[in-house]
Write a protein that binds this ligand. Structure first.
Ligand code: PMP
Length: 407
C-alpha cells in the first residue's frame, strides 16, 4: 500500500472549498473534530435512504438489517482497538459520555470514603469533572500526577502518588493541548500492580492510530468517532465485560431491561444495559465506515507522513521569535500548542482565519493544565493525515507575517 495524499484529500469534500477572500481552506483544527470522508457521509445517507428502522425491536426485514449493521459496527470498533474477547463495546455519544458512564456507574458503586483516584495534570475536563463529582459524593481524594517541563508525564511523581488506596487511574493516552503521548502500557502495568483499575481517555490518540492500547490492558477505554473521521454524536466505551456486567445501569429506559413490573426491574447484561433508548444507529454505521476508511490506508506510511508534518511544523514555529511552544515531549501526536509574546491567542486565530487557516484558541477544556503552564489560553494547530507540508509552510509563513505586523 502507498500513501497518495492527493487521492486522500480528494476523499474529503470539506477540504475542497475556498474560504472568505478566495483562500484555500487549511484545516488545522483536527483535535476539535476531523473532517469526514465521502464514504462516511454516504454510509449515513444510504442507511437513511434504504435501511432505516429501529434496532433490536421489530421482527421485520428493515429492523433486521439495521440491527445487523449496528452490531457489525460494534464488532468493528472492538477489532479496530484490538480489544480481546473479554472486552465489550458500549456505544455512547462520545468520549465524554464514556467517561461519565465509567465514573457514575463504576465509580459510584466502587469508590468509597478514603479511596483515591489518580489523574494527571494534562487531563481534559471530561476526564476530571466526572471524577470530581464522584470523589465529592463518596468522600474520596483525587491525586494529580505532575508533568515535566517538556510536557511529558513525570513518572516518578506518578509512582509516588500511586498506592494501595488508589482505586482507579484515569489518564489521557494523548494530551489534546501538549500532544504528549503517554506510555499507557507502563502506566496500566503500574496501576494494575497497585490493585487499581485503569481507564484510558483515547479521544486524541485514536485518530492517529497510536498503538499501545491493547498492551495497556485498560479496564475502560473512551473514544469519540468524530475525531476519527466519523460522525459526531457517537463514540464508545470499551471495557472488560466482566466489569461492565457488575456495574449498575447509568441511564434507564427501553432496550436495557430484562423485565419490568411494579415490583421492580431486572436489567440486561452489557452492552445493552448501558444503551437505554434508541441509540444513534446511523452514527454507529458512520463510525463503521470511518473505521473501514482508515483501515484502507497504509498505517505505517500515515504515521511517517504525520511525523514529518509535526517535525516541519515544530521546526518552523521554533524559528519565529517571541513564539513559545507548549509541549516538546519525544513522543507526540501532530498537535502543537503555542503562544506569541504580547499577542492574544484570539487575535492570532482571527488573523489566520482571514487567510483561510482554521486553528483553535482557548483553554481547550483543560483549565487546570493552563494553570500549570501559567497561561489563560493558547493557540493550537492540530494536524491530520490529510494535511500537507505546503499547508504547514503556508501556515508558518502567514503566522510569521501577521506577528511581524502586530509587533
Ligand atoms: N478527552 C480529550 C483528551 C479530548 O480532547 C476530548 C475532546 N476535546 C474529550 C475527551 C471529549 O471528547 P468528546 O467531546 O468527543 O466527547
Amino acid at each position: 500500500m502507498s500513501f497518495d495524499i492527493e487521492k486522500i484529500r480528494s476523499d474529503f469534500p470539506a477540504l475542497q472549498q475556498k474560504m472568505r477572500g478566495g483562500h484555500e481552506l487549511v484545516y488545522f483544527d483536527n483535535a476539535a473534530t476531523s473532517q469526514k470522508p465521502k464514504s462516511v457521509i454516504e454510509a449515513e445517507c444510504d442507511f437513511y435512504s434504504h435501511d432505516n428502522a429501529n434496532i433490536h425491536r421489530s421482527a421485520h426485514e428493515l429492523s433486521a438489517r439495521s440491527t445487523s449493521m449496528y452490531e457489525a459496527a460494534r464488532d468493528a470498533v472492538l477489532k479496530f482497538f484490538k480489544a480481546g474477547p473479554d472486552y465489550c463495546a458500549v456505544f455512547t455519544r462520545g468520549a465524554t459520555e464514556a467517561l461519565n458512564l465509567t465514573a457514575q456507574s463504576w465509580g459510584r458503586k466502587n469508590i468509597c470514603s478514603g479511596d483515591e483516584i489518580l489523574l494527571t495534570q494534562m487531563e481534559h475536563h471530561a476526564n476530571i469533572v466526572p471524577w470530581q463529582i464522584i470523589a465529592i459524593e463518596r468522600g474520596a481524594k483525587i491525586n494529580v500526577a505532575k508533568i515535566g517541563p517538556d510536557g511529558s508525564l513525570d513518572m516518578d511523581d506518578f509512582k509516588s502518588k500511586l498506592s494501595g488506596k488508589t482505586k482507579i487511574v484515569s489518564v489521557a493516552h494523548a494530551s489534546n493541548v501538549l500532544g504528549t503521548v503517554n506510555d499507557i502500557a507502563e502506566i496500566g502495568r503500574l496501576a494494575h500492580e497497585a490493585g487499581a483499575l485503569f481507564c484510558v481517555d483515547a479521544a486524541q490518540s485514536a485518530p492517529h492510530m497510536i498503538d499501545g492500547i491493547s498492551s495497556s490492558q485498560p479496564d475502560f477505554l473512551a473514544v469519540s468517532a468524530h475525531k476519527c473521521y466519523g460522525p459526531t454524536g457517537i463514540g464508545a466505551l470499551l471495557a472488560k465485560k466482566e466489569i461492565l456486567d457488575s456495574m449498575p445501569p447509568y441511564q434507564c429506559g427501553g432496550d436495557m431491561i430484562e423485565s419490568v413490573s411494579w415490583n421492580g426491574t431486572t436489567f440486561r447484561q452489557s452492552p445493552e444495559r448501558f444503551e437505554a433508548g434508541t441509540p444513534n444507529i446511523a452514527g454507529a454505521i458512520g463510525f463503521h465506515a470511518a473505521i473501514k476508511y482508515v483501515n484502507s490506508l497504509d498505517k505505517a506510511a500515515l504515521h511517517e507522513h504525520e511525523s514529518r508534518l509535526l517535525e516541519r511544523l515544530t521546526s518552523r514555529l521554533s524559528q519565529i521569535s517571541g513564539l513559545k511552544i507548549f509541549g516538546t515531549a519525544k513522543d507526540k501526536i501532530s498537535t502543537v500548542s503555542f503562544a506569541c509574546e504580547g499577542i492574544h491567542p484570539n487575535d492570532i486565530s482571527t488573523l489566520l482565519d482571514a487567510q483561510g487557516i482554521a486553528i483553535r484558541t482557548g483553554h481547550h477544556c483543560a483549565e487546570p493544565l493552563m494553570d500549570t503552564l501559567g497561561v489563560k489560553s493558547t493557540c493550537r494547530a492540530s494536524l491530520a493525515f490529510y494535511n500537507t507540508t505546503e499547508e504547514v509552510d503556508y501556515f508558518a509563513d502567514t503566522l510569521e507575517r501577521e506577528i511581524a505586523l502586530l509587533s
